[in-house]
Design a protein around this ligand. Structure first.
Ligand code: UT7
Length: 319
């Protein structure tokens, strides 16, 4: 049987690190408020000249080195992002060019914070069907560009970053099962209600969120989709070695682990240092867990994420 196997991972965080105390110098907030409600201590913010594709390229290069795969072997590039370099073309094509690759399909997927689940599942389908052999799957976002830095209800929650995996066709175990969902009825919980039209930005180009609404929806749906992916794959929660969740809020992460009866010792948590990096958060956490030698080859991982749309999903895999 052919599996889509993770051959290597890489990630990139911009150099500038901003702590909660740094934010408290400019807005009415405190380290105590932010940390107690979210588990966030700090976030990284892209330099003015750093674009989404720049972050993505750094993460991709590290993943390729880790996988010992040459750029010419890559036959599919997918970038999950909600903060592309341009309206069009796809950031994936810009990443492709910056990596010196040409010809293979390269496209973006837009599922906001769940984007990496959608990108990974798409690449999995390409590989399982024989349409691709080695795929570069990247989650990259610069939410610092779509945040109103005067809005304390949102600006303390997000950071910038990128994470990447090289996925390859293999006889060895890889992705076991995936489950994705979306429901546009929940649009108003989380969005950036702007569009370009007639040479102007129409609407508000800053993130709007109903924090409590998102919190409740996330806790409910992440528990449900985790159950679904396990049940459909015929796995028990006890067989999970690591949960690698979307890093938005430590309390949401804890709720999913508790629901599954999985100890927090078996959950990769990076929200304290990364904050919510949207599509980058899961591959950033995955790479951190692997580079810290906590996640080992042969272990079973449950990746799960949720974001605007609403869109959510989970992927069960053997690393
Ligand atoms: O990928 C998905 C992305 N989004 C999420 O995951 C967000 C999920 N939601 C959450 O994490 C939480 O709802 C938040 C952390 C965003 C907010 O926590 P909360 O306990 O729901 O707080 P709240 O919005 O109900 O606000 C409580 C109080 C309010 O003051 P009053 O009206 O009670 O006087 C806010 O104005 O906290 C105030 N507040 C702040 N205070 C200090 C809101 N933001 C801040 C802040 N610092 N940064």
């Amino acid at each position: 049987m052919t599996f889509a196997r993770i051959l290597g991972t890489g990630s990139y965080l911009p150099q500038k690190r901003v702590t909660n105390d740094d934010l408290a110098k400019h807005i009415d907030t405190s380290d105590e408020w932010i940390f107690s409600r979210t588990g966030i201590k700090a976030r990284h913010i892209a330099a003015d000249d750093e674009k989404c594709s720049d972050l993505a390229v750094q993460a991709a290069k590290r993943a390729l080195t880790d996988a010992q795969v040459d750029t010419e072997e890559i036959d599919l590039i997918i970038v999950a992002t909600a903060t592309p370099d341009m309206q069009f073309p796809a950031t994936a094509t810009i990443v492709q060019h910056k990596l010196g690759i040409s010809g293979c399909p390269a496209f973006d997927v837009q599922a906001v914070c769940a984007g990496f689940m959608f990108a990974l599942t798409t690449a999995h389908a390409y590989i399982k069907s024989g349409l691709a052999k080695k795929a570069l799957v990247i989650g990259a976002d610069v939410f610092s560009r779509i945040i109103d830095w005067q809005d304390r209800g949102t600006c303390v929650l997000f950071g910038d970053g990128a994470g990447a995996v090289v996925l390859g066709a293999s006889d060895e175990a890889g992705i076991i099962h995936s489950k994705l969902h979306a429901d546009g009825a929940f649009l108003n919980l989380l969005n950036v209600p702007a569009q370009m039209a007639n040479g102007e930005i129409m609407g508000t180009p800053f993130l709007k969120m109903d924090g409590q609404g998102v919190f409740k929806f996330a806790v409910k749906q992440l528990a449900a989709v985790a159950d679904e992916v396990l049940n459909e794959a015929g796995y028990q929660a006890e067989q999970i070695d690591w949960i690698v969740p979307h890093q938005a809020n430590r309390r949401i992460i804890e709720a999913t682990a508790k629901h599954l009866g999985v100890s927090m010792e078996k959950v990769i948590v990076t929200v304290d240092e990364h904050a919510n990096t949207s599509a980058a958060s899961i591959p950033l956490a995955l790479d951190a867990g692997i580079k810290e030698k906590r996640i080992q080859r042969g272990q079973n991982l449950l990746l799960e994420g949720i974001g605007g749309g609403f869109a959510w999903g989970a992927v069960l895999l053997t690393y």
